[in-house]
Design a protein around this ligand. Structure first.
Ligand code: PLP
Length: 364
């Protein structure tokens, strides 16, 4: 079976974890601080704050910008539920707009969604491709809105000369399937000194001086065990991403001529780091999306559907007033998308087999 995602864990990671175990410092210690410095430098921001996961990073970032009850946050529901849940955790209200053909938030719909309560825009750099940050930052400046980037799938992606996560306040996840991993883990990146200070308090029980708690906070801290993995993975991130891009280009070259398959498009002026390689299976294809999924799985090719239901239609939230929106592209994408294995451990033989299998199914 070629799996849809698989972390690359080498001897460096194994040795690094063993060294932390021997050191006896398992919770937050020197490796967390080192990982934060290295990650801030890599993203190109002043501050990086390590967290227990990406959801915690999103939550703390919103909180750090003072977003809570009464505030509206503009985002799109074609994403993992965590992007929306973070808005709900801080007591704010999602204001949903549709996605564009790149699967990201459609920046042309932002202005008409702004109300007197709007405080923030939360773009998601979905599947590893940055959202339209020029347009988003221009609107944010004009309307004095905060931008919190969900960069949980976009480690190392660039928009122009800047990295995803360096425009507003960035949030990353290091879950096992992401472009780099610490098992579970997350990071907040920002140039905003005040937001960084508030985020740090928020992830550590509101504590700046030992056992003095200034605000109500949480335990969203990263461990040194996770951070040591992160330090090792960050050094390999560019190589991991380069291999993902190469495999995506290989797929694109072979699928371009197949009727009814729409390969993902890498837009100009940005790099797509292909957290997922997501095709659209159109009605003209010889099989339905679900039939193609089943045929591939049966042939040992792991694939994924990200996401089968837009976030606002999930049972957990669909009764909410803000969820009563009709977003045709999000609906269409959830019916059409199919992700193929693109992680760095997909071999040349694996990807050739995947292309051959899909070509054969397309001819039937
Ligand atoms: C993974 C992910 C998250 C949440 O990260 P966790 O580390 O799993 O909490 C948030 N948003 C998106 C788009 C993600 O892919």
């Amino acid at each position: 079976m070629i799996s849809i995602s698989k972390p690359y864990i080498g001897e460096t990671e194994q040795r690094a974890v063993a060294a932390v175990l021997e050191s006896g410092i398992l919770a937050q210690g020197p490796r967390v601080a080192e990982f934060e410095r290295a990650f801030a430098e890599y993203i190109g921001v002043k501050h990086a704050i390590a967290t227990s996961n990406g959801t915690a990073a999103l939550c703390a970032a919103l909180h750090a910008h003072g977003i809570g009850a009464g505030a509206e946050v503009i985002t799109t529901p074609f994403t993992f539920i965590a992007s929306l849940n973070a808005i709900l955790y801080v007591g704010a209200t999602p204001r949903l707009i549709d996605a564009d053909a790149s699967f990201n938030l459609d920046a042309s719909q932002i202005e008409s969604a702004i109300t007197p309560r709007t405080r923030a825009i939360l773009p998601i750099h979905l599947f590893g491709q940055p959202a339209d940050m020029d347009a988003i930052m221009t609107i944010a400046r004009q309307h004095e809105l905060v931008v919190v980037e969900d960069a949980c799938q976009a480690h190392g992606a660039q928009y122009g000369a800047k990295r995803a996560g360096s425009f507003g306040t960035g949030c990353f996840s290091f879950y096992a399937t992401k472009n780099m991993t610490t098992g579970e883990g997350g990071m907040i990146t920002t140039d905003d000194d005040a937001a960084a200070a508030r985020a740090r308090l928020h992830i550590n029980h509101g504590m700046s001086v030992r056992y003095r708690h200034e605000t109500l906070g949480y335990n969203f801290r990263m461990t040194d065990l996770a951070a040591t993995l992160g330090i090792a993975q960050l050094k390999q991130l560019d190589a991991f991403n380069a291999r993902r891009v190469e495999t995506a280009q290989f797929y694109n070259a072979h699928f371009a001529a197949l009727r009814g398959l729409l390969p993902p498009r890498a837009l100009p002026n940005r790099t797509h780091v292909f957290h997922q390689y997501t095709l659209r299976v159109l009605p003209e294809f010889s099989l339905t999306r679900d039939a193609l999924f089943a045929e591939l799985q049966a042939r040992g090719i792991g694939c994924g559907i990200y996401y089968p239901l837009p976030a606002h239609q999930q049972a957990s939230v669909r009764a909410s007033a803000w969820a009563q929106v009709h977003l045709p592209r999000a609906d269409e994408f959830s019916q059409q998308v199919l992700a193929l294995p693109v992680h760095p451990l997909v071999s040349n033989d694996d990807r050739a087999l995947i292309v051959e299998t899909i070509r054969a199914l397309a001819r039937q």
